[in-house]
Ligand binder design. Structure first.
Ligand code: ADP
Length: 437
C-alpha cells in the first residue's frame, strides 16, 4: 500500500524538473539558435555586399589613380550614401613596392599615410583581396582590402570598413528580449507547477483517504463479524442452559461460553492496542530485563499446548542474556508468535531458540506448519491481514497480532521479521537490544 505515494511523489518531482528544463530550455535554445543564425547570415550578407561595392569602386578607382581630387569626391559621395560604410581609403602602390600610400580617404587626415601591414601586402598578391573582422570600442567591423590595377599599370589598394554596429545592436536587443521571454516562460511554468503540485497533493490525499476508508470498512465488517459470531455462540449456549441440561451438558456449555468470552476479550484488547499504538498512547517502558524470567514460563505453557496438539516442542535455551525492553510487551509479542506457531502447525514441531550477536539478541520461533506463500509474506504485517487458505479458514484470529507485535518491537528499538516457505514452515525472529553490560 505504502510505496504508491512515494512513486507518486517522485513522478511529481520528475514532471516538475522536465517541465522547467524542457519548456524553458526549448524557448531559450530556440531564441538563441535563431539569433546565432541571423548573426552569421547578416555577417556573410554584409561581407558579400561589401565585396560587390568594393569591386565596382575598385574598377573606378584604378582609372582615377592619377586624379586624387576626383577620387576623393567619389569616396565622400559613396560614404555619404551608404551608412554601413564607416571608412573608405584608396592607396597607391609606392614605386619601390614596399608599401601603399593613401591618396583619398573618408578621413582626410589619413591621406599620405603609408601602409605596410600584412593584410595590405597580402591583398596585393590575392585576386580575391583580404577580409578581416576588427573590433574597435566594442563595435565590430568588416575590413576589406582589394587590389586595383596591376603590376604593369599604376596599381594600388582600396580599403573598405563596413560597420556591424547596427546588426550587433539588433542582436543585443534580441538577446535581451529572449532573456525576458525565457524569464516570463519560467514564471508561467513555475505558476503552473505550483498549481500542479497543489492538485497532485489533493489527488494523493484523496487516494489516501480512499485507502483509509476502505480499511475502515474492512475493519468495521471484520470487527462486527468477529464480535457477532462469538456472541451468537454465547447466546446459543445460554439458550441451551435454559433448557434444563444434564450436569455434564451444563459443564460443557459453561466451558464453551468461557472460551468464547475469552476470545472476545482478546479481540477487544487487540483493537484497543491498535488504537493506542496509532495514537502513540500505548505505554512502553523499556528497562534492563531478564529474558529468562519472561521466556521460560512461556515455553512451559506453549510446550504444553503444543504437546496437547501432538506437536514436538523444543526450547534451545542457551544462555539467556539481559535485554533492554519492556517485559510486558516482550511477553505480548512472544505470546503472539508462540500461539501462532501452535495454531498454524498441524504436525511436526515448534522450536524456540535464542542467539546473541554483538549488541542484539534474537529470539526465533520456528515451526514446521502451513508456511506462508511469498505473495502473502508481503502483506503479513499489515493490519487485519489473514492468510486465506482451506487450512486457515477454520482458525480463529483477527489479523492484528503481527502488526501489533512489530509496532511494539520497533518502539522498543527492536525488529520483528519473518521467513517462510509454504507447506514447509515459518521462522519468526524478534530482535531486541542487549542490555549495556
Ligand atoms: P491472527 O493469527 O490473529 O490472524 P496475526 O497477525 O497474528 O493474526 O497473523 C496474521 C496471519 O499470518 C495469520 O492469519 C496467519 O494466516 C499468518 N501466520 C501468522 N503466523 C503464522 C505461522 N507461524 N505460520 C503460518 N501462518 C502464520
Amino acid at each position: 500500500m505504502k510505496p504508491l505515494p512515494v512513486i507518486r511523489k517522485y513522478s511529481v518531482i520528475a514532471y516538475a524538473v522536465v517541465l522547467i528544463f524542457v519548456v524553458t530550455g526549448a524557448v531559450f535554445w530556440n531564441s538563441f539558435s535563431i539569433l546565432r543564425r541571423f548573426e552569421d547570415t547578416t555577417d556573410t550578407l554584409l561581407l558579400s555586399k561589401a565585396g560587390v561595392a568594393e569591386e565596382v569602386f575598385g574598377i573606378l578607382s584604378a582609372e582615377f589613380l592619377d586624379a586624387p581630387d576626383v577620387l576623393q569626391e567619389k569616396v565622400s559621395e559613396l560614404a555619404a550614401r551608404e551608412p554601413d560604410i564607416s571608412a573608405i581609403v584608396v592607396y597607391e602602390r609606392e614605386e619601390d613596392g614596399d608599401g601603399f600610400r593613401a591618396v583619398a580617404s573618408t578621413d582626410r587626415e589619413d591621406i599620405g599615410t603609408i601602409r605596410t601591414e600584412l593584410p595590405y601586402l597580402l591583398a596585393w598578391n590575392e585576386d580575391a583581396g583580404s577580409a578581416f573582422l576588427g573590433n574597435e570600442g566594442g563595435t565590430r567591423y568588416w575590413n576589406i582590402v582589394k587590389r586595383i590595377g596591376n603590376d604593369d599599370t599604376r596599381g594600388g589598394l582600396v580599403f573598405f570598413r563596413f560597420s556591424l554596429a547596427e546588426n550587433d545592436a539588433f542582436v543585443r536587443d534580441a538577446i535581451v528580449r529572449s532573456y525576458a521571454v525565457t524569464a516570463v516562460t519560467l514564471v508561467f511554468v513555475l505558476i503552473l507547477l505550483v498549481h500542479h503540485l497543489r492538485f497532485s497533493r489533493y489527488a494523493v490525499r484523496a487516494l489516501d483517504l480512499e485507502d483509509v476508508n476502505r480499511m475502515k470498512d474492512d475493519f468495521i465488517s471484520m470487527a462486527s463479524h468477529e464480535l457477532r459470531s462469538p456472541m451468537t455462540i454465547i447466546r446459543g449456549y445460554a439458550d441451551l442452559l435454559g433448557e434444563e441440561p444434564t450436569e455434564e451438558e451444563r459443564k460443557e456449555y459453561v466451558g464453551k461460553i468461557a472460551t468464547t468470552t475469552e476470545r472476545m476479550t482478546e479481540l477487544v484488547s487487540d483493537l484497543l492496542d491498535v488504537s493506542r499504538l496509532e495514537q502513540g498512547r500505548l505505554p512502553i517502558d523499556p528497562t534492563d530485563m531478564s529474558l529468562r524470567e519472561t521466556l521460560v514460563p512461556l515455553a512451559e505453557d506453549y510446550g504444553k499446548a503444543a504437546k496437547e496438539k501432538g506437536l514436538d516442542f523444543v526450547f534451545e535455551e542457551g544462555d539467556l542474556p539481559t535485554v533492554h525492553a519492556d517485559p510486558a510487551r516482550v511477553r505480548q509479542i512472544l505470546v503472539n508468535l508462540l500461539s501462532n506457531a501452535v495454531k498454524y502447525t498441524a504436525e511436526g514441531s515448534v522450536t524456540v531458540s535464542v542467539a546473541t550477536e554483538r549488541d542484539r539478541v534474537t529470539i526465533t520461533v520456528a515451526d514446521t506448519g502451513f508456511g506462508i506463500s511469498s505473495e502473502d509474506m508481503g502483506k503479513l504485517f499489515t493490519k487485519f491481514y489473514r492468510v486465506k487458505t482451506d487450512r486457515t479458514a477454520e482458525i480463529q484470529g483477527t489479523g492484528l497480532g503481527l502488526w501489533i507485535a512489530r509496532e511494539i518491537a520497533r518502539k522498543m528499538g527492536g525488529e520483528l521479521g519473518a521467513e517462510s516457505i509454504e507447506g514447509v514452515g515459518s521462522h519468526f525472529r524478534l530482535s531486541l537490544k542487549k542490555a549495556d553490560s
